[in-house]
Design a protein. Sequence first.
Length: 415
Amino acid sequence: MAATPAPPTAPPKPTYAPDRPEPPFPWLRPTIRIRLTLLYGGMFLIAGILLLSIIYLLAAQAVHVGNELPFKIMEGSEVKVYSEVCPNLATATGSQDQFNAALNACLNHQRQKALDDLLSRSLLALLGLSVIAFAFGYAMAGRVLSPLGRITRTARRVAGSDLSRRIELDGPDDELKELADTFDEMLDRLERAFTAQQRFVANASHELRTPLAINRTLLEVHLSDPGAPPELQQLGKTLLSTNERSEQLVEGLLLLARSDNQIVERKPVDIAEVASRAIDQVRAEAEEKGVEIRGERGLAVVQGNGVLLERIALNLVQNAVRYNVEEGGWVEVRTEIRDGQAVLVVSNTGPVVPAYEIDNLFEPFRRLRTERTGSDKGVGLGLSIARSVARAHGGRIIAEPREGGGLVMRVTLPV
């Protein structure tokens, strides 16, 4: 006997509790504000100490250089003055006052040179410390804000319908951890809600399809009886038609519920091929109504679910054929790549549609000024399903009234 597989492990529970008691000293909590204040205050203090130390050393060196005599007295047959800083002292002649003035000028020149050297070296030290401070600050800011990146990456994965992801942020009990725990709690509730929705759709699919399938079988058996009265035959056909309409309504509602979610498994799908298949399914109905189907369909490959994308094209083409003029009607189906997006355009002749009624077309069970539930052309979910499927693929569908009557339906999907 094969061993039963272990049940899947439940996702981790968030550690954040909204109603947890406040700590006795809330001002001692290591919040982001306090940590950033201490971090950047400490960095400023360290940078200031380093800069003052460097300036002190440079100033001490400048004072030492500035206090040195810029000349030497050379003894010989006569006393001479030699200076590398002030070479004009060696040729200085004249009175004693002129000689002393030349010495003072040489001393002032040496002091100015020492101050210039101090200023240039201080600027270089400031530039070097600025580069180090910016690099260190960038690294520390990245370390402090790294939990935000983790939260963002998890949110992106969740946007792809992966609700099993959790942040599980470790570290101090600050605002970021509180945000991450709250986000984990929200994901846990969302996952339970989506799981309940999927379970409901599966159960509803079974519970609604089964009795309708049984009714259809019983009606078909009675209709196959050659001895049945004509009245019973007509009643059976009416009930069979009603049952078929109920099945279409159930299938449409279930598809609408499933298509509201993002598509997880995507494969390359050619929109032109999808549109051609939809046209093949509607061609017989179009020929019966005298509607011409035309248009060029260029290559337009997207990543998505082929069955759902075919449902978009089928619903649009069916509506274009069914809601058309009685004579001389046409439907144009075009596919192309435009501005980096795949575009499916379905245009048709038909009754004039007011612009303010366009939004009502995408509501379930609605059509122009009336409910669709009483129409024999469909169950009133075609455009609602098309819009949901387009959104699930990251695209959109736009309806515009056509000049002279009819509609222009434009579906854009990312390539």
